[in-house]
Design a binder for this molecule. Sequence first.
Ligand SMILES: Nc1ncnc2c1ncn2[C@@H]1O[C@H](COP(=O)(O)OP(=O)(O)OP(=O)(O)O)[C@@H](O)[C@H]1O
Length: 262
Amino acid sequence: MIEVRDLWHIYEGKKEALRGVRLTFGNEIIALVGPNGSGKTTLAKHLNGLLKPTKGEVIVDGMDTRKHSVAELARVVGYVFQNPEHMFFEENVFREVAFGPKNLGLSEEEIEERVKWALREVNLEGYEDRSPYSLSGGEKQRLAIACILAMKPKYLILDEPTTGLDEKNAEGIKKIIRKLYREGHGILLITHEMDLVLELAERVVLLYQGKKVFDGDVKEFFELDLRKYDLDRPRLLTISEEIGLEFFRSVEEFVKALEMRT
Ligand SMILES: Nc1ncnc2c1ncn2[C@@H]1O[C@H](COP(=O)(O)OP(=O)(O)OP(=O)(O)O)[C@@H](O)[C@H]1O
């Protein structure tokens, strides 16, 4: 379980980026949303100790982030950054995924096993000898997830995992996220894409000016006036409301309901 207790983060002694945030989560898919500058990245960086609290505390599976190193916390909380290509530096996919487990000091055998497993999880088997830079946008995103998975973290933070991807690649990422969740990972999705929130999240946390202003289920979240927070309503919800249908999470559900009506 991750517990964020009355967390304040003040940059350079001035900018109050987080102001008394409280949050507890475990094995669930949470969407962390809010307008630009609301504090999402700052909060996420506290969860694996990249930032330390100015005030309050963050406890990750019993570990106080102030008392543990980023390396220790990274075994429990994996962070897949936005624009993953900036992260790659090895000559091939195998070495890229092996980098994390190598740093954990694992045996060659265990490293190989983890790399194979992580590549299988994201459907990149057979890519071991390819250069990371030769991959497509969707494949790069999957590789970034594999690199983090190879550390076997319990929690995953995914920063804008589908931004810039076409529909097919975005679908692939969504499937992987659902699978990881079913396998027991807690997933925190940072996103501006409300369609993704609608489809994937069970729970939504909304930050505004460094404060948590909403924490609840996805249906309730979409009842808020999102324009106040500079967020769009998902197209699917707008369309279903216009034609008098109920709340739908995916195009498939929507089409089924339409078919039932006719
Ligand atoms: N290193 C820093 N030094 C000073 N201020 C910072 C620093 N990093 C972030 N901030 C400020 O803290 C506030 C929160 O930033 P943060 O990046 O956490 O927001 P965000 O919700 O992730 O935004 P976005 O959606 O644009 O990525 C912003 O006002 C930002 O300008």
